[in-house]
Design a binder for this molecule. Sequence first.
Ligand code: B1M
Length: 210
Amino acid sequence: MFNFTAITEALIACDQDKVLELVEAGLRQAVPAKDLLDLGLIAGMDVIGERMEKEEMFIPEVLMAAMVMSAAVDLLKPRLAEGEVGAKGKVVIGTVKGDLHDIGKNLVAMMLKSAGLEVHNIGVDIAPERFVEEIKVKKADILALSALLTTTMPMMRETVAAVVEAGVRNQVKILVGGAPVTQAFADEIGADGYAADAGSATKLVKSLLP
Ligand code: B1M
């Protein structure tokens, strides 16, 4: 049995060399990349989140852990994407205004890209009007919104409203995701769908494309 806890602990300790070494070892032993991600890295981020909440861990350390996590995800990229080809369509993805979290959003973008989609990952802290502009310029089929804070979830509603206001709502399917987001919230704000993780986001996008 692979020791996922060792990855979790090394991530919490922000020990990049150790995390990368363990992830590489896992890949060499043919441990599924999704397990290394979910049971090792995301489990670590969950502990970091809890410690952050209790003020046992502070922003600079959390940022460091986020950088270590991103480096580890880079290693996993080729394996996470395996077998996910065949979809066609354009996606604009970003984190909503006021929100700087991007690890999960980047994972979703990466999986969509690997599935064959044309992905425009426009970053974090994106205002509704910028999303509207990108939909128009890129002629997007899908708009994917990410939010990690309960305080930025309302910005998803505002983004949907801005898309309606701009008269492009019928050209694009809007999907939402991020830790505090739920299917009920997606329904409430008039989004076309909600995905809990990068894998289900890819399936959902594929199911919504013609
Ligand atoms: Co922040 N943070 N943070 N943080 N942070 C959380 C989210 C928090 C839950 C921690 C906690 O207190 N327990 C809490 C939010 C509480 C709440 O609102 N309920 C919190 C807070 C409070 C804050 C600050 C306000 C702290 C402060 O300044 N006092 C601040 C806000 C800054 C801002 O955004 N304006 C802040 C800052 C930061 C850092 C910058 C230090 C850093 C982010 C670095 C970065 O992203 N580059 C950070 C981090 C790392 C976290 C935690 C620890 C980890 C987030 C993460 O990367 N998870 C987080 C606690 C936690 O989540 N357990 C926390 C791993 C990632 C793979 O998962 O992002 O959920 P996730 O993505 C998943 C799914 O959600 C889904 O798929 C992804 C892959 O499976 N998904 C989508 C995501 N987007 C999607 C879009 C889709 C579909 C699916 O489109 C269709």
